[in-house]
Design a protein. Sequence first.
Lengths: 285, 306
Amino acid sequence: MTDLSRTRWIDRGLRTYGMAVYAFLFLPILVVVVFSFNAGRHVAELTGFSFQWYVTAWTDPFVVRAFRTSISIALTAGLISTVLGTAAAIAMPSLPRWLRRAFNTMMNFAIVVPGIVLGLSLLIFVVSATGWLNDWIGYLFPRSDFRLGLGFYSVVAGHSVFGSAIVAILVRTRLASLDPQVIEASADLYAPPVRTLFTVTIPLLAPAILAGFLLAFTFSFDDFIIAFFTRGQEQTLPIYLFASIRRGVSPVINATASTLLAFSVTMLVVASLVNRRRANRPGVQ
Amino acid sequence: MTTPVLTDAIEEGARPEPAGPPPDRRLRRLLAILASPGLVWYALFLAAPMAVLVVFSLGRRAPNGGYEAALTLDQFAGLGTRLTPFLNTVRLGLIGTLLCVIVAYPMAYFMATRGGRNKTLLLALVVIPFWTSFLIRTYAWVFLLGNRGLPEILDRIGIGNVRLLNTTFAVLLGIVYNYLPLMVLPIYVSLERVDVSLRHASKDLGAGPWATFRQVTLPLSAPGVVAGALLVFVPVLGEYLIPVLLGGGQTYFLGNALADLFFQSRNWPFGAAVAVAFIAVIMVLIVLYTRMTKRIVAQGRGTRLL
């Protein structure tokens, strides 16, 4: 074999392999989507196009309620993550060294540690802390039934710890690409710091902030494991789906899953398009 | 929960600290105020829970489940009794990680050397599945491998009685499928940074493609492989969904063990001890990981995912 033809064979082999891996990554998901439109119930039963499983899924009050819960949790967690993460990224450089280190360590920890650890530590923390607080509430307001516990807010807390770290990374990366002269110019022109922050820095960071929000939202919306530990009685859509999957495969699950996929893929594409708009803007190097 | 903005994080590890504080003192005070809500949030919902976890791990199990205050190392001493699920986790985790390397390396090599102008697209196509719901990706295999899926189709063409779901094979497949992007990306980043002229030089000196690959490309991309292996291995150890949905509860992972300890047997102190030990192992691996990524970054500029 000549050297050239050998290179060509390697080339062809690599390309084929690449395509095969993409097929491996996308086909299973695609199968779920295709069969959500299938009139039959099983893989071996391709009997025609139908929307019936979508109708069944989205008229199920449990699915609808779980979807609403997931959306509100994701919106709350996404917003909290965006505000905290953005503020952290902007403020980080001016913090005292030890505080900056501590903050950085906590954020990296939140990203690196598996969700199950975050979930279960939050579970025992909330249970212990609210047990103690509820004693006080019962003592101070003997006639009130109000009690703290696991639920909506503990899930939001868990999701926002991870989400803030994502937002902070995205914003920090963009901050590093800004031209410092633009911000200095604003200060030289006697703009007070608050004004510089809101009229110069934050607008320049806007794409990263928005992309960060979308990612934090998607993460929270798709998360199963943190919610599994911290949800209390709350039912999110992934939790509901998990319970249905354990009862057995069904086309209704395919339809619900496909809707969710469409939802998060849209969010992702928007997030990456938004964040790519970095060039051709004043103040961005 | 690993690293979504992966290569950012890789670069982050070795980037020099950001420039010093801004000169204006008023601005500095403003920025410090800006940071405090985040700090409080992390102290409350990350640091405090971890502290409670450590406290619980030093406690005793209350008679009817839960926690009873104590100061003892009994829970940690008892870790040895549950060595089997732990070793099982480590074994399957290592096999899964190795399979990921084997599948991912040629893929990353393809993207880095044959990507041409489409590199961004090729990368995006690897990243997108990773950002979609983990639960749904795992479910896709439950659907495919279940009795009414591939086995039924195999049955029709004459291969009957194949069991795919609830096997070790299914668990390993689930690991490779779900974690492949986490392996491809760091390898891709490290391959991308291998200077093309080094390969040309090797060729000019008479080395064939295989010798060049083995003596130049492979050693230079080794840090990427190690980084990827750690990125995959850590979350796989804590995996809950894959063993439950694809392993049918027969393969037991650390993640399942933790869920059982907290929800079924309600032995919180022991569960906390397992979690603390797990975090300790992760920390050791992270130190190794940081060393590796520093070496990757030392090779040149990075690639971003978003």
